[in-house]
Design a protein around this ligand. Structure first.
Ligand code: PLP
Length: 461
């Protein structure tokens, strides 16, 4: 199995190489050269298996011969050992035929742990085998950074630098990044927005001299291995609701388009999915685009769902690549227009290809808060603001014949101020991190400047 770039000009890589590289050398994103298919019987055979077993069966065909079966089993066991729920990704009923897929039982209480914990173990094995050391650099709107620091802290073959927008992440998110004691992890508060952080990371990847000097590796949601890990829970949840005999729909609170794109791959593999519904907050560029208004960036407005405060949705490039029938040349042109003019229009053919799989909707700040309040009073479920956006949009699309699964992307205690405001309930942190506010913090503030950031990193590896 080889991986090719969405922009067509970077060499094809193996799974392991694509994972260790992150962003392709031509600025594109890696996708598998073909999508492995699963038969109806293979899906049936997943019923009743442990999450870890499903993970093995779904991820293995994408990895070529990168890992022996025994090795991969062990990696997966370690990755999910620290989840506090026995089924890792439990489903709970919110209303008749509407389910929440709880993805917040990992060590940092957000769905990012599913991919990051797996990637941490995969990196460790791959780097050890190669006798190599890498520098991981990532941008975060809050949850990726804490998940990465948690997954990589203390590993000897990696240094980790996480850029986050100063003052734009919640206190819990910040503390999860800044209270790790291990000296190989660094949280950097950047004077700017999440998009600035993401641009600085892209700058560093596109500076090939720096990239080689520090052996740069990326674990942002552009990393294919992260998308891969997220495909698994689409299968585990659909199967527990009667798949493959019954279709299900998914609503996914979306920012960088990584999580929902994993759903698209699951569908292409053969999982019977009816609709994939993109739910955005007021930063609704994806909803506008999927509604036929082109992809045009505006200013990011800070919201109570900060992990979705995004205007440049990196993984959308992958969705476009498939919508443009794998025409890498066309994708390179669109991405160039995005860089030059802040946006682009898409062809009718591509829009209709996207509409075959995805629907979209948005929730305002007021709608998000009132959904938190209503879900608590009607269903006794306390939602995080991101999940509430999903629930609001899912309700706009309810077709009662098809079960709806809304992805619950974070634990409400990660966003206590917004949740308290909306529901009058102060969500408490799970026991495992009840002392978070007593731990001491280690933060470095760096300007939103490529030169300064590179110096900072070189001084510390
Ligand atoms: C990252 C994140 C999202 C958005 O996921 P994408 O893969 O970027 O679309 C939604 N909710 C929470 C809580 C997140 O951390």
């Amino acid at each position: 199995m080889k991986y090719i770039s969405t922009r067509g000009l970077a060499p094809a890589l193996t799974f392991e190489e694509a994972m260790l590289t992150g962003l392709a050398l031509d600025g594109g994103l890696y996708v598998p050269e073909y999508i492995p298919k699963v038969t109806k019987n293979q899906i049936l055979s997943l019923q009743g298996l442990r999450y870890q077993e499903i993970a093995f069966k779904i991820t293995k065909p994408f990895m070529g011969n990168a890992f022996e079966d025994d090795e991969l089993h062990e990696i997966i066991e370690k990755a999910y050992a620290d989840f506090s729920h026995i089924s890792c990704a439990p489903l709970v009923e919110l209303e008749a035929n509407h389910f929440l897929l709880e993805l917040f039982h990992g060590p940092t209480l957000a769905f990012k742990d599913f991919a990051m914990q797996l990637i941490g173990q995969l990196f460790q094995v791959a780097l050890k085998r190669r006798g190599k050391r890498v520098t991981i650099i990532g941008a975060t709107s809050g949850d990726t950074g804490s998940a990465a620091i948690e997954a990589f802290k203390g590993l000897d073959a990696v240094d980790v630098f996480i850029l986050f927008p100063d003052g734009r992440v919640s206190d819990v998110q910040r503390r999860q990044m800044t209270t790790a004691k291990e000296s190989n992890v660094h949280a950097i508060a950047v004077d700017g927005t999440f998009d600035d952080c993401q641009s600085r990371v892209k700058d560093m990847f596109n500076d090939h001299k720096f990239r080689n000097e520090v052996q740069l590796a990326g674990v942002n949601s552009i990393n294919w291995a992260r998308v891969l890990a997220q495909i698994v829970y689409y299968f585990s949840s659909a199967v527990s609701l009667g798949g493959p005999s019954r279709k299900v729909s998914f609503t996914v609170p979306t920012g960088n388009f990584g999580d929902i794109f994993a759903g698209y791959i699951a569908k292409e593999m053969g999982l019977p999915i009816d609709r994939l519904i993109v739910a955005t907050n007021q930063n609704d560029i994806l909803h506008r685009c999927l509604s036929g208004n082109g992809y045009h960036t505006t200013e990011v407005a800070a919201s109570i769902s900060p992990s979705m405060d995004i205007q440049i949705s990196s993984n959308f490039e992958r969705a476009l690549f498939y919508a443009y029938a794998l025409d890498a040349n066309e994708i390179a042109k669109l991405m160039d227009q995005l860089k030059q003019n802040g946006g682009f229009d898409i062809t009718n053919a591509a829009l209709s290809a996207l509409s075959q799989h995805y629907s979209s909707g948005m929730a305002t700040e007021v709608e998000t808060s009132s959904t938190i309040g209503r879900s608590l009073s009607r269903s006794a479920q306390l939602l995080c603001p991101h999940t509430a956006i999903g629930v609001k949009v899912a309700n706009d699309f309810r077709d009662h014949a098809v079960p709806m699964i809304t992805l619950a992307t974070a634990h409400p205690a990660k966003f206590p101020a917004a949740v308290k405001n909306a529901s009058d309930v102060n969500p408490s942190l799970p026991d495992r991190m009840s002392d978070l506010f007593d731990r001491s913090e280690r933060i470095s503030k760096v300007a939103n400047d490529p030169g300064e950031l590179k110096r900072f990193i070189k001084d510390r590896i």
